[in-house]
Each structure stands twice: as C-alpha cells, then as structure tokens.
Design a protein around this ligand. Structure first.
Ligand SMILES: Cc1cc2nc3c(=O)[nH]c(=O)nc-3n(C[C@H](O)[C@H](O)[C@H](O)COP(=O)(O)OP(=O)(O)OC[C@H]3O[C@@H](n4cnc5c(N)ncnc54)[C@H](O)[C@@H]3O)c2cc1C
Ligand SMILES: *[C@@H]1O[C@H](CO)[C@@H](O)[C@H](O)[C@H]1NC(C)=O
Ligand SMILES: *[C@@H]1O[C@H](CO)[C@@H](O)[C@H](O)[C@H]1NC(C)=O
Length: 355
C-alpha cells in the first residue's frame, strides 16, 4: 500500500532514505533547506571523501551492520552504473604502534569477512618507512573499496528519486508539525523522516543538544593516484591524512577530526601540513611520469562539518517520526544500512496503524 511520507533533508542520508521508500512504493516529498548543487557549510554531504572504510571497532556490531550493506551496494554501482560517479580503487590503511588496541589492529573487523574484496593485512615491507618519526608503522590493511564523487552521486540520487515520482521542495522547516503539512499532495503526511544532519541542533525549537560538529578541512586537487590511503599523523592529535582519488581524476585530501569547531574558515598552516603529507606519503601524486603536475595543484581549499552526536547517531521511530541523523563521518558508507532501517521502521508503523 502507498503511504504519504515527508523526508526532511536532502543530504546523502535523506536522499537515500527517500529513494528506498519510493522503491517500496510510497509517495515521498522531500523538503530541504539545501539541495544537490549547493555548496554551503550547512550541507555536509558535498564535502565528504567519500569512501567506504568502516570505523567500527571489533565489538561495535551495530555500526558494523550499518556499514556492511553499503559496501556491496556501492561496488555494484561502480561496476554497473557509471553515471553514479562511483569507482573502485585499492585502499591502504597504515597503523602506528600507538594505535594498536591490546596488540590488535583497530577498525579491522572486516578483514575476516568475505564480503570485502581482496582484503588482507599488509606485509611489513609494504608499510611506509618512517624512521624520521617517533611512532612507527607496525601494521596495515589493504582492500578494494569505492570512492564516491559526492556532487555527481547526490545528483544521481535526485535523478532516481524524480524518475520514481518523488518530489523535492526547497524550504526551511521551522517547527516539527510543519513538516506534516508539506506533502506535495496537499494532504497530511502519515510519517515524517528526520534526516536533518547537524542542523538537528537548531531545528524545531526542540534542539538536540547532543548534536555537534566534527570539523574536517579538505583540499581538492587535480593530482591523481592509483590507490588511496589513510594514516594518522603523530604530534597532531585531531589530524590525519587521507587521499581518495576520484573517478573523473583529481583527489580529495583530508583530514582533520576536530570536535565542536563550527568555523568554515580554512586554516592555512594546516593546509601546508596537508600538502607536505600528501607529497611525502603518496609521491605518485606529483610524479610527471604518471601524468601528474610536479606540484600539488589545489582547486579548492574548504571545510566540512560532520554531523557528530554524543552517544552515536539517532536512528529510531517515535510515533510517526523516524529520526535518522547524527551519523558523523560515516554518512555515505552507512547510508544503505540506515535506509534499510528507515524502511523497516516505516513498515512497522504502517502495520500497526492498520490494526
Ligand atoms: C571532510 C569530510 C569527509 C567525510 N568523508 C566521508 C567518507 O569518506 N565516507 C563517509 O561515509 N562519510 C564521510 N563523511 C561524512 C558524511 O559526509 C556525512 O555523514 C553525511 O554527509 C551526512 O549526511 P546528512 O544527510 O545527514 O547531512 P547533510 O548533508 O548536512 O544534509 C542535511 C540536510 O538537512 C537539511 N535540513 C536541516 N535542517 C533543516 C530544516 N530545518 N529545514 C529543512 N531542511 C533542513 C539540510 O538543508 C540538508 O539538506 C565526511 C564528512 C566530511 C565533512
Ligand atoms: C528532528 O530532530 C531534531 C533533533 O531531535 C528535532 O529538534 C526536530 O524537531 C526534529 N524534527 C522533526 C520534524 O521531527
Ligand atoms: C508488516 O506486515 C507485513 C505483512 O503482514 C509483514 O510481511 C512484514 O514483516 C511486517 N513488517 C514489520 C516490520 O513488522
């Protein structure tokens, strides 16, 4: 049976939830202050890496299950839907001695899982040598993963939504109750899905004080590489280095994970450190033999704010509202897992209201 649904928010979380609900046959209106194409500090999804690299620990089964279905979904898009802007690329994670938890490599639950392609621990000889640094690399994980060109993918989701009859309205919602009255049919929505990201802190007068930003400075560069990497940077607690080359060429370089900083202003000293690290750990970026410029060629310096939330994301149904926000640094990789939960919560609600 078709039900009337309003989805608040058109970031990757809201768009994916809307698409899943449409695929179940529901009549969906999206309402959002920011939509695909916007470049606005309030619209996190445009600034993401975005790759699949689960941050779940060994005992964090809930997060593992949120990330798991995204892997196969995005690998499939890369292979079969070139218009999605998703491609497959080998990924290397390097871990330092200080990062081991009880002697074990963190965030590596999926090494023992068969769903991740070509996953393995790296040999010592494959780790970067870093005699110049205090905290040596002692382990690494490599696997094939996806990098998603965010702008292309957000538009792709919207095109799929339109093709299925979904609608989108650009509007700021001031109060919870308003959302029910914004369904395109003119009738009241039966269920509202709240995918408001970081702005959940300000929405509706009932602000979620647990939502907070995790600031990430990024550089978009024209240089490309044949693999992506992620490593931490000793001496700079909230900094790390990641480089994700994209399908259309060029790469995104990050990153920082600075909690509670709202500023969208680029830190130029940090940008210099990021460029130096990129050259040091992935020299092919500046190798003319591989068609690259001999210098890092930055086309945008910018900042994104991950929607952090104390205690983790809120994914639950309260009456006829499904909350689905606060997924921090995992919004792309978890978008499929989250949307499957939204569909289940909606179904549960419609089943009950039938009784
Ligand atoms: C630097 C950086 C790197 C990242 N890298 C990765 C990565 O590699 N992999 C990964 O999986 N994730 C990554 N992320 C995380 C990912 O970007 C986020 O988790 C994801 O974008 C969150 O999406 P969202 O839809 O919840 O929020 P948003 O994209 O912020 O969307 C929120 C939506 O809600 C709307 N909204 C809010 N309030 C209202 C209101 N009152 N009325 C109407 N509309 C409203 C907004 O306008 C917007 O449309 C990264 C993030 C950053 C910043
Ligand atoms: C969405 O969640 C936020 C945070 O809890 C809340 O402030 C807001 O009122 C909610 N919006 C809707 C439509 O439920
Ligand atoms: C809803 O009802 C259908 C049909 O009875 C059933 O197959 C489905 O499992 C139910 N879903 C939930 C989440 O309760």
């Amino acid at each position: 049976m078709t039900h009337k649904v309003v989805v608040i928010g058109a970031g990757v979380v809201g768009l994916t939830a809307a698409l899943y609900l449409l695929e179940k046959g529901h009549d969906v209106t999206m309402v959002a202050k920011n939509i695909p194409g916007d470049i606005d500090i309030e619209y996190t999804s445009i600034f993401a890496g975005a790759n699949w690299m689960s941050f779940a620990q060994d005992d964090e089964i809930f997060y593992q299950e949120l990330d798991r279905p995204g892997y196969g979904y995005f690998m499939n898009l890369a292979r079969n839907e070139p218009q999605s802007g998703v491609h497959i690329i080998p990924h290397h994670c390097y871990f330092r001695k200080s990062q081991l938890v009880n002697g074990k490599v963190p965030y590596a639950w999926y090494v023992k899982e068969s769903f991740v392609e070509n996953v393995r621990y790296l040999e010592k000889s494959e780790l970067p040598s870093n005699e110049d640094e205090d905290d040596e690399f002692v382990a690494g994980v490599s696997f094939d993963t996806v990098t998603i060109s965010t702008n292309i993918y957000l538009h792709y989701l919207l095109q799929k939504i339109y093709a299925l009859g979904g609608t989108l309205k650009r509007k700021t919602i001031k109060h919870i109750d308003d959302a029910y009255n914004l369904h395109h049919s003119g009738e009241k929505a039966e269920i509202v899905v709240n995918c408001s990201g970081l702005l959940s802190r300000f929405l509706g007068g009932v602000e979620d004080e647990k939502s907070y930003p995790i600031r990430g400075q990024i550089l978009l560069i024209r240089n490309s590489a044949k693999k992506q990497l992620f490593l931490t940077t000793p001496g700079f607690k909230d900094e790390s280095l990641y480089i994700f080359p994209r399908k259309e060429g060029g790469s995104i370089v990050g990153g920082t994970f600075i909690p509670n900083q709202w500023s969208g202003v680029v830190d130029p000293e940090l940008a210099k450190r990021m460029i130096a690290r990129a050259k040091k750990y992935l020299p092919e970026l500046v190798d003319p033999k591989l068609g690259n410029d001999p210098e890092i060629d930055v086309y945008r310096y910018t900042v994104g704010l991950r929607p952090g939330r104390e205690g983790g994301p809120r994914i639950e149904r309260v009456g006829s509202i499904i909350h689905n926000y606060g997924i921090a640094g995992s919004g792309y990789q978890a978008s499929i897992g989250l949307s499957q939960l939204v569909v289940r919560f909606a179904e549960e609600f419609f089943n009950r209201s039938k009784l």
